[in-house]
Design a protein around this ligand. Structure first.
Ligand SMILES: *Cc1c(COP(=O)(O)O)cnc(C)c1O
Length: 239
């Protein structure tokens, strides 16, 4: 359960996040409307999601299939809420993910994309997909390499009940140098931007580059992110 003070906080923090996005976009000569804010509500109660919704937020991200499913069910009366699944995908969970989400942002193999396509057909819906790139080559993160993007995109583009919308990445946590810079992070985000621009040339449906979380929002917007995913900055620390 959430206290009233938490709910007021969420509205304030959401507003702060929107202002922050606006300021950073302006700093890098980008339009703030080109950067969409996703509120990542994983581990937080539905009351917190409702608080953000009532403050105007519509796009939410969840990492755990069952948690997404439960929240989607409880909030099914909020017709214009948009759920993104952003967590690792187990094949046996694809069905409940497809029942709950209109976007799946963490696709990393064709087998999973095929299952999503089959479920989407059964559910008579179209599901938007992002390919997750393991941009830091981290052994602990899922995602394909940049070199694998074209092949997976080509196969997914042939599927009928999904739409390829772009790319997503979760980089490693890099410490800042003495100057406060994180050159490795800049480099990796720029690699993502180049790959995304290339994909856009090939597929007109591609319009989303999901980069940036609470700790690296600035660099992500500088490097062309069109969707930032904020959890902590909106809902506070997770337990
Ligand atoms: C948890 C999570 C976020 C939000 O992270 P914060 O640092 O809390 O903003 C964003 N993207 C993904 C994929 C996540 O799992």
């Amino acid at each position: 359960m959430s206290k009233n003070s938490d709910i007021n906080n969420i509205a304030t923090q959401l507003l702060n996040a929107q202002n922050n996005i606006e300021n950073v976009a302006q700093k890098y000569n980008r339009s703030a409307s080109a950067v969409t804010l996703m509120a990542v509500s994983k581990t937080k109660p539905v009351e917190d999601v409702v608080a953000a919704y009532n403050a105007g937020q519509r796009i939410f991200g969840e990492n755990y299939a069952q948690e997404l499913f439960d929240k989607h069910q409880k909030l099914s009366h909020l017709a214009d809420i948009q759920w993104h699944y952003i967590g690792p995908i187990q094949s046996n969970k694809t069905k409940i993910i497809c029942q709950s989400a209109s976007w799946i942002d963490s696709v990393d193999r064709l087998k999973v994309a095929n299952r999503i396509d089959t479920h989407a057909k059964e559910l008579n819906k179209n599901i938007n997909l992002l390919l997750q790139v393991n941009i830091s080559n981290s052994p602990h993160k899922s995602g394909i390499s940049l070199e694998q993007v074209n092949e997976l995109a080509e196969s997914i583009n042939l599927l009928e009940h999904v739409t390829l919308r772009g790319l997503m990445a979760i980089p490693d946590n890099y410490d800042a140098d003495e100057m406060g810079n994180r050159p490795k992070l800049n480099q990796e985000f720029n690699q993502m931007l180049a790959c995304y621009s290339d994909l856009q040339q090939q597929y007109p449906s591609v319009d989303t580059l999901s980069l940036g979380m609470s700790g690296d929002l600035d660099i992500a917007i500088e490097c062309g992110s069109t969707m930032v995913r904020l959890g902590t900055a909106i809902f506070g620390k997770r337990n």
